[in-house]
Ligand binder design. Structure first.
Ligand code: PCA
Length: 223
């Protein structure tokens, strides 16, 4: 690991805690890599609020300030057992619970008039392959849900699709499982140690910066 800052930058975002949890692993993982140089690029970590609209405003501000070549947004999905790169962002907000501004949109577009969906431009199959090689449980997810995580993911992909990023910039979203201390309060909930999640993000960044062409390996699900 080098710590000398370079001109190439990676933006990683995580969310503030939500649903009465004192921590959100997505932010703990993101901030653990702040300032680290991976494959010649310096990581910049930013925390996003769990608020529709405000999260996108904060993301846009960070994108303009950091001008990253790679953007990886993270969120927690309690109940997931592994590290899950998301395949697709959809243009809908449909909240099961209110956000931190007490707003609960139902069937509202993230960006009115924008396409129904965007695919991640991260090499998601190559990432899953690499992580499994290292013994870290990982799989492709085909839904990022319809809450603030999907909302931010869609806004990111729309921003990139409009050509507002650096030339060739890639981006996507990853849901991470709970931390062991969170799972301890909820019997039966799966978890992954923070050190493992940090190692997974580091490998995801390295793979996303170095693998141009994604692998063609099945990650299909019947339902
Ligand atoms: N997970 C939520 C929002 C914040 C977070 O970490 C989600 O999956 O939408």
């Amino acid at each position: 690991m080098t710590t000398q800052p370079t001109s190439l930058r990676v933006l990683v975002t995580g969310f503030e805690p939500f649903e009465q949890d004192p921590v959100n692993p997505s932010w703990e993982v993101a901030r653990a890599l702040h300032g680290e140089v991976i494959a010649g690029a310096t990581v910049h970590a930013e925390q996003l609020p769990c608020v529709f609209g405000a999260a996108i405003a904060q993301l846009h501000q960070s994108l303009e300030q950091v001008r990253p070549v790679l953007i990886i947004c993270l969120g927690m999905a309690g109940g997931r057992v592994d590290f899950t790169p998301e395949r697709v962002a959809i243009n809908v907000d449909d909240a099961r619970i209110p956000d931190h501004a007490d707003y609960q949109p139902v069937d509202v577009p993230v960006v009115p008039g924008a396409p129904a969906a965007y695919f991640s431009t991260l090499p998601i199959k190559a990432v899953v392959h690499q992580l499994r090689e290292k013994g870290i449980p990982s799989s492709v997810s085909n839904t990022a849900g319809t809450f603030v995580c999907n909302h931010v993911f869609f806004a990111l992909m729309h921003w990139l699709a409009q050509g507002r990023g650096e030339a060739g910039a890639r981006g996507g979203f990853i849901h991470v499982p709970a931390l062991p201390e969170q799972a301890a309060r909820r019997p039966g909930m799966a978890s992954m140690a923070l050190a493992t999640q940090v190692a997974a993000l580091r490998e995801t960044i390295r793979t996303s910066l170095t693998v141009a062409q994604d692998l063609k390996e099945t990650a299909g699900q019947l339902h």
